[in-house]
Design a protein around this ligand. Structure first.
Ligand SMILES: *[C@@H]1O[C@H](CO)[C@@H](O)[C@H](O)[C@H]1NC(C)=O
Ligand SMILES: *[C@@H]1O[C@H](CO)[C@@H](O)[C@H](O)[C@H]1NC(C)=O
Ligand SMILES: *[C@@H]1O[C@H](CO)[C@@H](O)[C@H](O)[C@H]1NC(C)=O
Ligand SMILES: CC(=O)N[C@H]1CO[C@H](CO)[C@@H](O)[C@@H]1O
Length: 479
């Protein structure tokens, strides 16, 4: 049980801070006044579109689909129509046998049902890279197996994309098929930009290492895209509302209900008049609530793309709930829940925590306990298998002395993760196929940075894929 110690250290930390929100002063220069004018609400004749995607599945990842369902409710209350909101979610949570409230999903401890009414555009296997990218591009013939809804946007329309899942260096998770690589996402954005089929696009990404999806690779001449990520290119993002942490979910839930970056923007959007709140103001609220300077366990919320778009109101992208018309950010009480940072658990640990908690809570000597023990032990052995395999791969290809360098070196800020993205994609996908298949918790993602380093060191790709096949089969865990 020694190996669980680090996991429970996280839970012991309760990182509570209280801060007051600051409204932006009038210190903006002429250029932002001009860009505000150009983008002002009166000029929004177009539609608002949204693509929401949870990239995970499994009850231990409850929180990602909960975040996405919650986002849908905000958009609907904000005035967007179902025909303009495209939802990708595996849809295995609401009726999972572990769910204490069948047919209901909540995103905070005292939260209401966020599942009701969510359109099932792409579910199960249809939540994959090709459908997601084709939906963004508005390519109807490129999607299969879902509702067929795509972002059929015109030059005056705004687009909001929100992604919640596990990620690692240069990749975001998908419940089926390959992971989404930064290169494929950026190429899709370039294509959409070239087609001139939208006015402005805002992208929010909740995932570990989410900065690496944009850092050094989102071209600066794409001036109509603004991105906020939960974490920089080198760090985890965090789950919250986790069992035994603060605030904790109702006791019958043994899984985390949300992610800290996500609930920060969602709960901020829940109550405010979004005509009166800019993207920049929300970024500041979310950044403070997500990143707690005094603790190691927090992430840096990042902005990419055209930061001048930060002056745009949230209303232009996600609408606003008429019930909030008389609420303004300046009304926020400095001690309100919104400004309190909840305690957090890293994304990888949040998944393991579910299995631990299930085991811990089962009655002593019961068959449930025996089963939960098997499940927990299995998850841990999968992780060990993956850990052992990567060190073997590096030592076969580069020699033992290179293991620590390949595992730990990172690019400096502003530089892309990798130069040869094809090499990266091939090795990451091959490792997932050979070593990560059974790990629904996406633990194999953890080593994408090592594969980037191998590619940057000029690895021989066929030699590396051979080493992957070899290591993954010899270190194979019990089924
Ligand atoms: C920008 O707009 C603000 C508020 O409307 C105004 O007070 C300020 O003088 C303007 N700045 C410039 C440089 O025009
Ligand atoms: C995506 O899902 C659809 C529907 O299940 C399937 O036809 C298609 O082959 C999948 N694409 C990939 C790349 O997995
Ligand atoms: C749409 O997707 C199909 C199938 O992937 C592809 O053949 C076609 O080129 C795409 N069209 C556009 C305009 O991107
Ligand atoms: C409380 C507050 O400041 N409300 C303002 C929000 O913006 C609308 C229109 O932009 C104003 O009419 C409200 O007074």
């Amino acid at each position: 049980m020694i190996s669980y110690c680090s996991l429970f250290l996280f839970l012991a930390l309760s990182c509570v801070v209280v801060e007051s929100r600051q409204l932006k002063g009038n210190s903006d220069g002429l250029s932002s006044n001009v860009s505000r004018f150009l983008r002002s609400d009166s000029n929004v004749e177009g539609k608002r579109w949204a693509v929401l995607i949870a990239g995970s599945n499994g009850y231990e990842n409850y929180r990602h689909q909960a975040d996405v369902c919650h986002a849908y409710q905000i958009l609907r209350k904000g005035g967007l129509e179902d025909e303009n909101i495209i939802v990708f979610m595996y849809d295995d949570i609401a009726f999972d046998v572990n769910n204490p409230r069948p047919g209901v999903i909540i995103n905070k401890p005292d939260g209401e049902d966020v599942y009701q009414g969510v359109p099932k555009d792409y579910t199960g296997e249809a939540v994959n890279v090709s459908n997601f990218l084709a939906a963004i591009l508005g390519n109807r013939s490129g999607v299969t197996g879902g509702s067929g809804k795509v972002v059929d946007s015109g030059p005056n329309d705004n687009i909001f994309i929100y992604y919640a899942d596990h990620g690692d260096s240069g990749i975001l998770g998908m419940p089926s098929g390959d992971y989404l690589t930064a290169q494929d996402l950026i190429n899709t954005l370039k294509q959409k930009h070239a087609a001139k089929s939208y006015k402005s696009m805002v992208i929010y990404v909740e995932a570990c290492f989410s900065g690496s999806m944009f850092e050094g690779i989102l071209p600066s001449d794409i001036d109509d895209i603004y991105v906020v990520t939960a974490a920089n290119a080198h760090e985890s993002s965090y789950g919250t509302y986790c069992p035994e942490s603060f605030p904790s979910p109702p006791s019958e839930f043994d899984t985390c209900l949300g992610d800290v970056f996500s609930i920060s923007w969602l709960e901020d959007s829940d109550i405010h008049d979004l005509r009166n709140e800019t993207l920049e103001q929300q970024y500041n609220v979310v950044r403070r609530r997500t990143g707690v300077d005094d603790y190691e366990v927090s992430s840096h919320v990042m902005q990419y793309g055209n930061k001048e778009m930060g002056e745009d109101s949230l209303f232009s992208y996600i609408g606003t709930n008429p019930n909030n018309d008389h609420y303004s950010s300046s009304d926020d009480h400095p001690h309100s829940k919104l400004t309190t940072a909840p305690s957090v658990v890293s994304q990888h640990d949040a998944s393991l925590l579910h299995f631990w908690h299930k085991y811990h809570n089962a009655p002593q000597g019961s068959p449930t306990k025996a089963e939960a023990h098997r499940e927990l032990a299995h998850q841990i052995s999968l992780r060990k298998h993956i850990d052992r395999s990567i060190t073997e791969i590096i030592s076969v290809v580069f020699g033992r002395e290179k293991i620590s360098e390949m595992l730990s070196s990172v690019q400096s800020a502003g530089n892309p993760l990798v130069h040869d993205w094809d090499c990266f994609k091939m090795l990451v996908q091959s490792f997932r196929k050979q070593c990560g298949k059974a790990a629904r918790t996406r633990y194999d993602m953890k080593y994408s940075g090592a594969f980037a380093n191998m590619c940057n060191a000029g690895v021989d790709i066929s030699r590396a894929t051979q080493a992957i096949t070899q290591a993954c089969s010899t270190n194979s865990p019990p089924p």
